[in-house]
Structure formats: C-alpha cells, structure tokens
Design a protein. Sequence first.
Length: 268
Amino acid sequence: MKKRLVALMTIFAALSLAACNGGNNANQSTAKPASTSQRPSTSREKWGDWKVVTPATCAAEGKEERVSDAGNKEERAIPKLKQHTWTATEVAASGEGVAYENIECSVCHAKGLRVATALATIEGTDKGGAPAGCIKLSTKGEYMEVKINIPEAKTGKVYLTGAMDYWHDGSNDNQNKSFSSVKDSANTCNFKLEVNGAEVDPSANLTTTFGSILPEAAGETVGSVTYSQIGDCEVGAVALVAGANTFKFTRVDSYNLAVKYFTVVFAA
C-alpha cells in the first residue's frame, strides 16, 4: 500500500512539473514588448515631408525635421545662406573713379562695397535682354572695366553679383540653377576677373554658389530664357589699395551670369 502511494505521489509530482514548465514556455513565446511611443524603425516605415523648424540665415544654420508614421523623428541642418541682405549707401565719384556703394548686411552685419557694371567701360557688346542693370558680354575676348577710389586699403572676397540665365530648351546645364563657371574637364574658367591687374583665383565652389536657392525672377523671361533673382557668386580673395582700384571682367567662353555689380565683402 505504501509503495503504491509513493508511486502515485511521484507520478503527480512529475505531471505538475511538466505543466509548470509548459506554462513558462507558453509565456515566453506570446509575451508582448513593453509599450512605447516610438516603434522600431523598419524598411516599410513611411516618412513625412521635411518641414523647416528654424530658417537658415547668412549668420547661422537652420533646422528642419520630419516625422514617420511610427512616430520617429529626424532632424537635419540647413546650411547657412550664401546670400546677404544688403543695405547700401552711395559714395560719390572722385578723381578717375566712378560712384560706388558702401554696403552692410542687415542680418549678419558683414560690410563691403560694390560698383555697378552699368558704369563700366565696355570693349565689346552687351547681349541685352537681361534684368535691368545686368550686363552679359556677347563675344569671347570682350571685357568691361571700371575704376573706383576708396579711402583705405581693404582685404576680403570679391563676388560677381547678377542674374543667372536658364535656357528652357535644355541647351545648357542649368537644371539646378547653378552658375556654371567652368567650360571643360580641365576646369578652365570661362571668364577672367582681374583686380588692379592681378587675376583673381576662382573659388572651388563657384559652380554651386547659386545652387537652387534663387528662384526665377518674376517676369524676367526673354524668349526661351528665364533669369534667376539677383545673387552673389563668390570668385575669390582680393586686396584693395587706398586710392584707385580697377575691376576688369573678360569673357573667355560662354558663361551664364549677367553681371550687375562687382561686390567686395571685407574680411571681418
């Protein structure tokens, strides 16, 4: 009788242990992760459009963000703008120099000067058709030259300020509204800018300065050509002297910027 009771107790214990283990396995296979407001990112996750949180200025980067259907958020920086917001004060002509403008950015307070190409002497022909005040030379080898007198020496960077043309028939590579400064794979510049007889070395980023940041100017359409808004395109470093300074722009090959000003932004 005792042997039978012991056997029954042994069988009962074994069954109880098996049931207990089976319950644990079931819990492990069906357990749900702790609730969270953001689910893990997957390849099927759909993202919304990028939205500007903080606009970029010429003084600081901006920020934009987007949100996915899983509640995840991504942020990225918007590069600082390369275009300044200038206010100008005219300086009268003196000596052999023409009038020019002292300029200051109302956002970052950068300072400089600019002289209008409309006051330049042109050895050649203006193609015409560009926005008011902008000049685009017609033929290779033609140039425009202008002189100003300033009271003290200055260093900084010189820019071509103007409107970029865009041919809708696709005959030039301006799909991104960039200023094309090179004519071939050898990186030969398609214009020459000289200040006081010294050629300015074009900046490495010259072809992307305009990028897509300048929309088409309202109403500035001539035939199959549309012009961008006026913008500043960096050329390179320059040193101005106290007294007379001469700017000379020569067309080397076809180029797509109608120049309105020679602009110098002074070093800080």
